[in-house]
Design a binder for this molecule. Structure first.
Ligand code: OGA
Ligand code: MN
Length: 282
């Protein structure tokens, strides 16, 4: 039986109905979800109440899971889960990103082998704020003028986790810094499965384009980012507790609104790795 789908925007995103996010999904459902994930780029499942074990087992059906470098924010029972939260326990934050704005980014673009996807599930949601926006960087690339496509062809850009953290998060430890030095990645990425091209850059993390003057690089990066986040390429998700979203981390970026620190927000995330042969962005 084919899964029922409701599109979220004209270009990308879909809600998949009557799926339970759990480790017990049968193989045909998993294959349908995999292909819908590639086709729609983000998939929403509503009304979920998965256990941590369910989140880990469901995610694992799509690839090996990364243990995130920010080990201080991992679930103690299931280190494959990264907590995204402003909640405190024993005087320290249990999760990453607190209640601040988080700028447009790809997860892990700063690693040589970035995640291919993330599954983010809402456990506790504040009454207002904290919306997450997704932008379709493949449709944005395809709609670029030919002259711009030519201008960026074959270029690489520097990705700095440190620069991103300075703007939107907290610094890494010495040990973590060693694992996340600045690196360069292709500015136009080819999707390892669909082979569609997308713009591969973020706000705050992408510091410069290699091989062109600094001011030209800044201007071009700003222009490209502004293009990606035009309203037609963006979906804004207003979370309800029980929502889970899996996104394609090779062809979408996301950002989050801030929210009032007097309210608690708790999300649990897995980070899904590509198969080793396709892991290095090209
Ligand atoms: C993430 C992320 C945004 C949010 O988990 O990778 O960017 O809405 N989260 O909490
Ligand atoms: Mn993220």
């Amino acid at each position: 039986m084919a899964l029922k789908i409701r599109p979220l925007t004209e270009y990308f995103g879909a809600e998949a109905q009557s799926v339970a996010v759990s480790g017990r999904c049968d193989a045909t459902i998993i294959e349908q979800i995999r292909s819908l994930w590639h086709e729609h780029k983000i998939l929403l499942f509503r009304g979920q109440s998965p256990t941590e074990q369910d989140l880990v087992e469901f995610s694992r059906r799509f690839g090996a899971l990364e243990i995130h470098v920010r080990t201080e924010y991992l679930s103690s029972a299931n280190p494959e889960l990264l907590l995204v939260s402003n909640m405190m326990q024993d005087g320290r934050p249990i999760g990453i990103l607190s209640e601040n704005e988080v700028g447009w980014h790809y997860d892990q673009i700063y690693l040589p082998r970035p995640a291919l996807g993330s599954l983010l599930c809402a456990v506790k949601i504040p009454p207002a704020g904290g919306n997450t926006y997704f932008a379709d960087t493949a449709s944005a690339y395809e709609a670029l003028p030919d002259a711009t496509k030519k201008r960026i062809e074959g270029k690489r850009a520097v990705q700095s986790y440190e620069a991103f953290n300075n703007l939107y998060s907290v610094p890494t430890s010495k040990e973590q810094k060693k694992r996340t030095p600045d690196i360069d990645q292709p500015l136009v990425r080819t999707h390892p499965f669909t082979e569609r091209k997308s713009l591969y850059l973020c706000a705050g993390m992408t510091t410069r384009i290699v091989g062109i003057p600094e001011d030209e690089s800044r201007e071009l990066l700003d222009e490209l980012l502004e293009w990606i986040v035009r309203p037609e390429f963006v979906y804004c998700h207003e979370w309800r507790a029980g929502d889970c979203i899996i996104w394609d981390n090779a062809c979408t970026i996301h950002r989050r609104d801030p929210f009032d620190s007097r309210h608690e927000r708790l999300m649990k995330r897995t980070t899904i790795l590509p198969p080793p042969k396709l892991a290095v962005p090209f």
